[in-house]
Design a binder for this molecule. Structure first.
Ligand code: UDP
Length: 312
């Protein structure tokens, strides 16, 4: 039985990851400072054999007693609404938090898995994005706090690999949705579903022609584990290559939920990427991984979750 540390383990992706790791018999030490994570996400895991939760901010020194075989560094606020609200915490967890958790992995001779992001590609001038693309990021814009923190985190992770021979994996995560998102997360998928269920206007930013490629959370986490278990270092894109405009997403949500919400157009946020779609050739070839859940089905499952949440 391996012992795995998951930072950000009470967050959207981290909590799914903890659950899957426990499900395959690993021991899990979940760290979270609950700045955007929530104990509700992991309430079913308390009392499960092998699960430990510690409230801790990994931007400060991290120590976990006992053996550790793997460190998944998933701690970071990741929604554009957080970029405005808590920019310095985002920069700290991506830089200091990555340094601290790399130090933990090195001290324990553990495998280190970094949750990076498609945001390293910024507003991409190449489409779809392959791992070779260096990106088009505005370092001083409002999104820069997240993008540059993750770019730094990738650089630091590769430096630990080169300087210390640390066993590392880097995943670049594209847009993910599913049960466990915060209703107030501020993302397109969560906003649209919550608005549709409440019969409120669906808030499309800009004219809705910008694109994203949405991956259902179970597919995404399957990709993380496939990469973790492989001999690949990455960076590797893990996402769903089916690309939709935000207008199409709004229509799909309205249709799947049977909502009669109108569409309300709002100004496009600064530096909002105009297009985003992963090239997943590398993941297909080296991991044999690809997503399987189509958008409509994933939206239906997520809407069921939000309907329960809203009723709670
Ligand atoms: N978006 C939108 N309405 C919302 C929330 C987001 O139109 O209520 C847009 C946003 O401007 C972006 C896209 O949807 O173009 C995806 O936004 P999200 O916050 O989900 O993720 P990210 O921008 O990080 O890809």
């Amino acid at each position: 039985m391996a012992r795995i540390v998951v930072t950000g383990g009470a967050g959207f992706l981290g909590s799914h990851l903890c659950r899957r790791l426990l499900g395959r018999g690993e021991e899990v030490v979940c760290l979270d400072n609950l700045i955007t994570g929530s104990l509700e996400n992991i309430e079913d895991l308390f009392g499960q054999p092998g699960f430990t939760y510690v409230e801790h901010d990994v931007s400060t020194y991290v120590w976990v007693p006992g053996p550790v075989d793997g460190v998944f560094h998933f701690a970071s606020p990741a929604s554009p609404i957080d970029f405005e609200r808590i920019p310095i915490q985002i920069l700290k967890v991506g830089s200091l938090g990555t340094h601290n958790t790399l130090g933990l992995a090195k001290a324990k001779d553990a495998r280190f898995f970094l949750a990076s992001t498609s945001e390293v590609y910024g507003d991409p001038l190449e489409h779809p994005q392959t791992e070779e693309y260096w990106g088009n990021v505005n370092p001083i814009g409002p999104r820069g706090v997240y993008d540059e923190a993750k770019r730094f985190a990738e650089a630091m992770t590769m430096a630990y690999r080169r300087a210390h021979g640390l066993d590392v994996r880097i995943v670049r995560i594209f847009n993910v949705y599913g049960p466990g998102m915060r209703p107030g997360d501020g993302r397109a998928a969560s906003n649209f579903i919550v608005q549709a269920l409440r019969g409120e206007p669906i808030t499309v930013y800009g004219d809705g022609s910008q694109t994203r490629s949405f991956c259902y959370v179970d597919d995404e986490v399957g990709g993380f584990l496939a990469l973790y278990d492989s001999d690949e270092t990455g960076p590797m894109n893990i996402g769903n290559p089916d690309e939709f405009t935000i207008g199409e997403l709004a229509e799909t949500v309205r249709d799947v939920t049977g909502s009669s919400s109108e569409i309300a157009y709002h100004p496009l946020p600064v530096d909002d990427p105009t297009q985003r779609r992963p090239d997943i050739t590398l993941a297909r070839k080296t991991l044999g991984w690809e997503p399987t859940v189509p958008l409509r089905e994933g939206i239906a499952r997520t809407a069921e979750y939000f309907a329960r949440q809203l009723g709670r």
